[in-house]
Design a protein around this ligand. Structure first.
Ligand code: ADP
Length: 479
């Protein structure tokens, strides 16, 4: 057998036992594993193969007889140690390729293998359990953190609405921003730990696609234009008016990509495009593109982008902040929705993030719904009015005018959805309906606004009793 450069057979260090023997049955080579397991301190070479496998090999004339099949097939044999105790092995006995005068037996101790695989399984289970415990711990701690942060946020907002002293207002606004940032980070960690623990479930429902996109636009347009950047959104007319999907999570991906685009762009423009790219029966593939003309990403850093806790480099995280969880969550969400996320970017030339998702289409219902129904069917419909207000100034404006029948109806619907979320302990979603209720009551008298604030604070504190009380009072006023 050929030796490697160091003069040692490559098989010497193998875990598997290896025994070579010739036509006469004489052992010509054994590796360390075989020597140790068979408990021969000195060399086994020169002994007959039948001493190791007496049940399978017998001496015969100047050779051996055997019922073992030669080839790659695994066979169970009994191997005998020097002290004549034996153990079962799983073995392959082959004719040496380069020299048909020799045979090679490779064998594994079955009991040891079973023991090892039991140990591996146990280690795997322990690791999985540890991961589960860690994820649950993170989820619990984050959930616990949300409540006090929300409490501070609610109280600061209440103080801000009453404060007139400019210096005080500046400090309160700073606290408000810090709380909002903390809130975002906590929500990211909460989502991330749920995704990691496999406890994340999508909640598909029917919604109005354009209303959702308008909501996304309304979320970002101010910050983007304040920076002097252009903002353009195009929605393909091929996308059905109503689709079935997890609106909240689609918005979450778009919000994250747009926040990044805005964060990393100082000059130029940001564009968002939504397209329909495929259809299979009543399922369609939607494709979103978020493009910016910002700092861009190095080719070498692109692979790191979608990993958890990854930021391109430390100087970026110092300058722009963030936890590096956002894109990983986007990736996992897009994959949960049957799609994928990609990036194309060049340093200093901008970045294009795109993602696909599969959703249900309900095209046949389009024409039967009135415009007001459109608004009702989206989680984000009323707030999207803010974005549409300047462009159209049409009847949709009525829904925001406090006291109109549209406004009352929308308020009633949103309040009842909100209380349903609270009853289902889904406080995150309740907060979203709360945002819509707040927008619907922007023009309301102080008495109503105060109640809305109370409701908001009760939601932030996740206090069911206070939510119910404020809800009842608001419902009475809205009659
Ligand atoms: P975070 O939650 O901290 O914003 P993300 O996962 O969203 O983290 O982003 C990770 C990193 O990817 C960012 O810190 C930044 O380095 C890079 N990145 C993301 N989007 C862009 C973009 N549009 N332009 C340039 N760099 C980007």
């Amino acid at each position: 057998m050929e030796q490697n450069g160091s003069g040692i057979f490559p098989a010497d260090d193998a875990i598997e036992m290896m025994i070579m023997f010739d036509r006469s049955g004489e052992i010509t080579y054994v590796n360390t594993a075989a020597r140790q397991k068979l408990e021969y301190e000195d060399d086994l070479c020169g002994k007959h193969i039948s001493e190791i496998f007496p049940n399978s090999f017998r001496t015969s004339g100047d050779g051996f007889e055997t019922d073992v099949c030669f080839g790659k097939e695994l066979q169970n044999l009994l191997a005998y140690r020097r002290n004549l105790t034996c153990f079962p092995v799983e073995a392959r006995v082959m004719v040496s390729k380069d020299d048909s005068e020799h045979y090679i037996c490779m064998a594994n101790d079955i009991l040891e293998k079973e023991h090892l695989s039991r140990e591996i399984e146990q280690v795997k289970q322990e690791a999985q359990q540890a991961l589960k415990v860690k994820s649950e711990f993170v989820a619990n701690v984050t959930h616990e953190l949300r409540t006090p942060v929300n409490g501070v946020l609610g109280n600061v907002r209440e103080l801000l609405s009453e404060e007139t002293d400019r210096k005080m207002m500046k400090s309160l606004s700073l606290i408000e921003r810090c709380c909002e940032d903390m809130h975002k980070i906590i929500n990211n960690i909460l989502d991330f730990s749920k995704l990691e623990a496999g406890k994340f479930t999508l909640e598909p429902r029917k919604f109005h696609f354009k209303n959702m996109m308008d909501y996304v636009k309304a979320n970002h347009i101010n910050k983007i234009t304040e920076k002097g950047l252009g903002f353009f959104m195009t929605i393909s007319p091929q996308i059905p008016e109503y689709i079935i999907g997890d609106e909240l999570r689609i918005v979450q991906i778009l919000n994250n990509l747009l926040s990044n685009a805005q964060k990393f762009t100082a000059l130029g423009k940001i564009t968002v495009e939504a397209l329909k790219t495929a259809r299979v029966n009543d399922r369609i593939e939607l494709f979103f593109i978020v493009k910016d003309s910002g700092i861009g990403i190095d080719q070498a850093d692109k692979d790191k982008l979608f990993q958890s806790f990854s930021q391109v480099d430390a100087s970026i995280s110092r300058k722009y902040g963030g936890t590096g969880l956002g894109l990983n969550i986007c990736k996992q969400l897009a994959e949960l929705m049957g799609g994928r996320i990609e990036v194309e970017s060049e340093k200093n030339k901008g970045s294009t993030f795109s993602f696909s998702i599969w959703v249900g289409a309900c095209e046949d219902e389009n024409n039967n719904l009135s415009q007001f129904d459109d608004k009702r069917e989206s989680l984000f419909s009323e707030s999207s009015m803010a974005a549409q207000k300047d462009e159209t100034g049409d009847a949709r404006e009525d829904v925001r005018s406090y006291g109109t029948s549209e406004n009352r109806e929308a308020l009633k619907k949103n309040l009842s959805k909100l209380i349903l979320c609270v009853e289902m302990d889904n406080w995150e979603k309740a907060e979203m309906f709360m945002e819509t209720v707040k927008q619907l009551t922007e023009e309301a008298p102080q008495e109503v606004k105060r109640l809305v604030l109370r409701l908001k604070m009760a939601i932030q504190k996740e206090n069911y009793e206070k939510v119910s009380a404020a809800f009842e009072e608001l419902n009475v006023l809205n009659k």
